[in-house]
Design a protein around this ligand. Structure first.
Ligand SMILES: C[S@@+](CC[C@H](N)C(=O)[O-])C[C@H]1O[C@@H](n2cnc3c(N)ncnc32)[C@H](O)[C@@H]1O
Length: 214
């Protein structure tokens, strides 16, 4: 009986591992957005090291700030971020998929939050306003975007001078991007590294938009 259970658990893990490896392989050939039915991907022990409160603290969110949650997914970061910035601030929940925004809208409504705006757009489509945000949060999103330079350029454009984009990556994500990739991207779009948290398996890197030269 115990042997059977052990074999089933082993089989389950094997199956999960194979799916993760296959997905990572396919994602390298063709980046695909995480579908809404998988929106709870990081809202379990798998995403423990990148819990919303941790990312909000790393990004340095404060009351009154304007924040872009870029590739917000189901809003696991959007809602707590909106609570931190309060009524004087606002959070723009941006995602490519209407199904994700539907979930965030329902969550915001259930939480009685009114300082979240929703934006259906792909990063890199040049729909964001200029010099608008104090912070942008980009958690486990970059690897899903085919034109990463265009996406980062748009985020840099939308930040206020001195504003920060806080990029987080997690190794178990099939779309994981190395910190080297992020540093290269930052250089290409003129953002300056200000802080790194975590380790190579799970990290956040903060990139600042420079102030204009006097
Ligand atoms: C793995 S989920 C992460 C969601 C959320 N940031 C989090 O940490 O829970 C990635 C999200 O990025 C979105 N996404 C992918 N490509 C995008 C793009 N080009 N523009 C905007 N959102 C995008 C997907 O639709 C998906 O909701």
């Amino acid at each position: 009986m115990q042997k059977k259970l052990f074999r089933s658990i082993l089989l389950g893990f094997g199956l999960l591992g194979s799916v993760a490896i296959a997905w990572r392989f396919v994602a390298r050939l063709r980046p695909l957005p995480t579908p809404p039915w998988l929106s709870g991907l990081w809202e379990n022990p798998l995403g423990k090291s990148i819990r919303a409160e941790i990312l909000i603290q790393r990004a340095g969110l404060k009351p009154g700030m304007r924040v872009l949650d870029a590739g917000c997914g189901a809003g696991r970061i959007t809602i707590p971020a909106a609570l931190v910035v309060g009524d004087e601030g606002e959070v723009i929940a941006l995602d490519l998929q209407p199904g994700m925004l539907d979930i965030v809208m329902a969550r915001a409504k259930a939480a009685g939050i009114s300082n979240v705006r929703f934006m259906l757009s792909g990063l890199g489509e040049e729909m964001l306003p200029s010099n608008r945000f104090d912070r942008a949060i980009m958690s486990t999103v970059l690897g899903e975007i085919p034109d990463q330079v265009a996406a980062m350029k748009e985020i840099a454009y939308s930040l206020k001078p001195g504003g920060i984009v806080s990029v987080t990556e997690l190794i178990v994500d099939p779309h994981y991007q190395s910190i080297k990739t992020i540093r290269l991207l930052a250089k290409k779009v003129g953002l300056v590294e200000t802080a790194v948290f975590g380790n190579n398996f799970s990290y956040t890197i903060n990139l600042r938009k420079p102030l204009p030269q006097a």
